[in-house]
Write a protein that binds this ligand. Structure first.
Ligand code: GRF
Length: 198
């Protein structure tokens, strides 16, 4: 059975586009909906233009009530009957109530070689630490931020003159390779670690 994928974004959604581009032909999944907490997210307009269903729930009216926000997200998703959620630059923390409900069915891409540098500013932190390698990770989502079983990693060498922006741009290219490759396997039930370059 083809899996239905909800992709969560907050911004431009370049990872979302890479996932959508890969979900054709013999891919075991198809995009069901692109969801955002931000109606102005560039990726929402792009998804609409592709004829992909979209849904938006603005988090701001919910204030600090994350559970109420997540209940609204769940209601918005229901119509689209997703089997898998891919977080792709989705910038809201999710509570255990939501992550537990989607355990084993929700994955995220993070721009570091986890378990290093959970949270924000990963590229600057890798540089400040003097690391020689950096990259990105796709992992299953659990209640702890940027935690959960690792499904795939892609790595690159840090150059002596690298800046956070230069590094971010090179890691993003890797993200666009890693995330589709992991989703393709994950949707087929394969959770073995994928390492790029192979
Ligand atoms: C990516 O670096 C992702 O790993 C991070 O946010 C960025 C989102 O980029 N969490 P995009 O919206 O997919 O272009």
């Amino acid at each position: 059975m083809t899996k239905r994928v909800a992709i969560f974004i907050s911004g431009g959604g370049s990872n979302m586009r890479a996932l959508v581009a890969d979900m054709t032909g013999d891919h075991p999944a198809r995009p069901a909906v692109v969801f955002s907490n931000n109606a102005d997210a560039g990726g929402i307009a792009w998804a609409k233009a592709q004829g992909i269903a979209t849904a938006v729930v603005d988090h701001r009216p919910f204030g600090t009530d994350r559970a109420a926000f997540e209940a609204a997200v769940s209601a918005a998703l229901e119509l689209h009957e997703p089997d898998i959620i891919c977080l792709a630059g989705f910038m809201r923390k999710l509570t255990a109530g939501f992550t537990d409900a989607w355990a084993g069915r929700m994955i995220n891409i993070h721009p570091s070689l986890l378990p290093k540098y959970k949270g924000l500013n990963t590229h600057a932190r890798a540089l400040a630490a003097g690391d020689s390698a950096h990259g990105c990770t796709v992992h299953e989502v659990t209640a702890a931020l940027d935690d959960g079983p690792i499904l795939g990693q892609a790595r690159l060498a840090i150059a002596p003159d690298d800046t956070p922006d230069a590094l971010a741009a090179r890691v993003l290219v890797l993200e666009h390779q890693l995330y589709p490759a992991v989703l393709r396997r994950f949707a087929a039930g394969d959770t073995r670690l994928l390492e790029l370059p192979r």
